[in-house]
Write a new protein. Structure first.
Length: 472
């Protein structure tokens, strides 16, 4: 008896060399087509095929055009029912994704109270202005995005730090104590900000002040191998995090300026990259597998910007995976969790731009009391494909990608296209007229089980979504 395991890609057919009297489908999460001697047969887990005569090979095909499938077949002589299996069985808890592979069970339940605000669709083209919430009253030379509603501002010398809350609808700006010498970045649950430490040539080092990203309380200091140069104050423009390679990139003054690439312990991962004048100084955007070190005049021109591969850290052509052209003089820019760009011009106008063609279908808010007891009730947007109607009762009817809409409003960012591979169960007060409604894929994701995100629901209501880790 021989056990054969195969991972079949969407629509893939494989030729299997195996001799036997029967084929037993030990595991297949969906139907597969098995062909022996030119005779195709659909099989599911538990099915046995016993051809009229002994075979030496067969074909197996994944009939699903969208999802991969994991299959285990048993090939043997005689009859499978006569086989007796003895021994010990160990069980490793796990769940299946759309590719049929087992992954660790990291599922948790998000209990979300969802309400919908605006249902008027708004469309933006790449590079177009979304909103212009405010004009700063004092000079901005550094911008740090904490989340969808909070920013930090400082001047180009790393002074005059200000906290911005209520972005973008109810902006409030308050002065805060100095936090560093340049714009920082959120790394997990922490905020990392670069600081030029030391005053003598032998101890001038760039260090990283690490804060709690929520409370802004100081946690610790991380040393780096970067030596800052020049007299007076250090010229440090920005720090950014590149998750694809777990790299910290910092713009710090050298001869004309230098971009440094460090590991998480502060050691160099490659040689420093010298820049011309202040080219690449005015903001860092990590997007689409690229680090864009931005210039002053316009984005992704070979005149003012540098572009690096996020994994190899090598410089690449400025127009490779380019960001859209934005017609403004850039003083500083930063990416938001929604994949939009906040940019500041020389008149100190703070503006948000679209980086791709997008249609905002609705806005809403989600409050949650999961585990930590923290509430989240900020209003966010979704680009889910939905039909929205405000009913006479004041409630809002959504029809279409309801799960996508709820997740995007909750997380405050657009979910990836494979988001259903992270969803395992949805419990709602009402879905498609059913009170209450439960949709479950068991140990499979919605995508693996072929469950579509297509339902109708009225809001406000409470929805529980069972998700595994790794959506972002």
């Amino acid at each position: 008896m021989r056990e054969i395991k195969q991972l079949l890609q969407p629509g893939q057919e494989k030729h299997i060399d195996a001799t036997g009297d029967f084929i037993y489908c030990k595991f297949a999460e969906r139907t597969v087509k098995v062909t022996v001697g030119g005779q195709p047969v659909d099989m599911v887990a538990g099915d046995k095929m016993r051809p009229a005569r002994r075979f030496s090979d067969f074909l197996i095909r994944n009939t699903d055009a969208e999802n991969a499938i994991s299959v285990t077949m048993v090939i043997g002589e005689g009859d499978y029912n006569s086989q007796i299996i003895r021994g010990e069985v160990s069980v490793n808890p796990g769940i299946r994704g759309a590719n049929g592979q087992w992954v660790d069970d990291t599922r948790s339940i998000k209990t979300l109270n969802v309400s919908i605000g605006s249902i008027e669709p708004r469309s933006y083209t790449a590079g177009s202005k979304i909103r212009e919430p405010f004009t700063a009253s004092s000079w901005i030379g550094g911008l740090t995005v904490l989340d969808n509603s909070r920013l930090l501002l400082c001047d180009s010398g790393g002074e005059n730090w200000r906290s911005v809350t209520g972005w973008p609808d109810a902006v409030q700006v308050e002065p805060i104590g100095s936090m560093g010498d340049g714009a920082g970045a959120v790394v997990g649950n922490e905020l990392w900000i670069p600081v030029g430490a030391g005053s003598q040539p032998e101890n001038k080092r760039v260090v990283i002040e690490v804060y709690d990203a929520k409370t802004l309380r100081f946690r610790r200091r991380e040393n780096t191998e970067i030596v800052w140069t020049g007299a007076g104050e250090p010229d440090i423009s920005w720090l950014t995090y590149i998750p694809e390679s777990q790299t910290i990139a910092i713009y710090a003054k050298g001869i004309g300026g230098t971009i440094h690439f460090l590991d998480m312990a502060g050691n160099y991962k490659r040689e420093p990259f010298p820049v011309l004048a202040s080219k690449g100084k005015w903001g860092a955007v990590v997007r689409g597998g690229r680090l864009h070190a931005l210039g002053v005049s316009y984005f992704n021109s070979n005149k003012d910007s540098y572009v690096f591969d996020s994994v190899t850290l090598d410089q690449v052509s400025y127009d490779e995976r380019a960001m859209p052209h934005i017609a403004m003089n850039n003083l500083f820019s930063a990416l938001t969790p929604r994949d939009t760009l906040i940019a500041i011009d020389y008149s100190q106008v703070v503006t948000e731009f679209a980086l791709e063609d997008v249609t905002i279908s609705a806005t809403g808010s989600v409050s949650s009391c999961d585990q930590s007891g923290m509430l989240k009730a900020d209003r966010f947007e979704t680009k889910a494909e939905i039909y929205a109607e405000r009913l006479e009762s004041g409630r809002v009817l959504l029809s279409g990608e309801v799960v996508r809409a709820v997740l995007e409003i909750y997380y405050g960012k657009y979910v990836p296209d494979d988001y259903l591979d992270y969803v395992y169960k949805v419990e709602a007060e009402e879905l498609d007229g059913v009170l209450p409604a439960v949709i479950s894929a068991g140990g499979q994701s919605f995508r693996a089980a072929g469950i579509k995100d297509d339902a109708a629901a009225t809001f406000p209501q409470q929805i529980k979504v069972t998700l595994r880790e790794g959506l972002f």
